[in-house]
Design a protein around this ligand. Sequence first.
Ligand SMILES: O=P(O)(O)O[C@H]1O[C@H](CO)[C@@H](O)[C@H]1O
Ligand SMILES: O=c1cc[nH]c(=O)[nH]1
Length: 237
Amino acid sequence: MIPTPHIEVKDKGIIANTVLMPGDPLRAKFIADTFLENVERFNTVRNVFGYTGTYKGRKISVMASGMGMPSIGIYSYELFEFYGVENIIRIGSCGAYTADLNLYDVILSTEAWSESSFAKVQSGYDSDIIAASTDLNSKLEKFSKELGIEIHKERIHSSDVFYRKNFHEYKEIYEKHGCVAVEMESFALFHNANVLGKKAACLLTVSDNLATEEVTTSEERQNAFTNMMKIALEMAE
Ligand SMILES: O=P(O)(O)O[C@H]1O[C@H](CO)[C@@H](O)[C@H]1O
Ligand SMILES: O=c1cc[nH]c(=O)[nH]1
């Protein structure tokens, strides 16, 4: 079923086997403009930009997911199921739940914990934890070592809510569920990969810290989180 309601390209072969997936369409554009050669834009529907190009001569795609599990649930499903994509690596921003993490630190998500009903509604999956692909994670860890970029391998929180009524609830999620940071998509991405027999992983950069109340700007979140981009780009084939 291509094109899909949300992706316009008619030729499946234009999208690479591996897609990097930031939430922000302008982070996707930044990656294409800054790191890729021979770039072809394959999606503009809803301004959710998708690009294919080469990195060090190897093919890779980058496409935004939008914000939240319903949104990444749509894009990752269509890429995996209808465009034959094998690997999706989310490259997102996150809020740290502990003062042990600094702004710009890079986290490799081992698993996502969530209160979300996404996986239960999608397929009846009944746990609140979903693991990332261990195969992709070991490759990403190897690339980070080769590049000399430190990563923190940790469980993260995938939340449906950005603005909680009670800001301090993050402390309980950190202590009870062992999540060191919060973002809003990985649980759905990992679930779709599992039900469709594909692979997914997630690299995050700390954009703000709930414990210390430090923050980065929207411009930094769009353009400056280059360490996780460089690690993920090494997945190009
Ligand atoms: O920077 P991105 O990749 O969008 O990720 C994080 O930022 C958004 C919230 O500001 C949510 O999508 C969250 O997961
Ligand atoms: O979901 C997110 C992403 C970045 N920072 C947060 O506090 N939450």
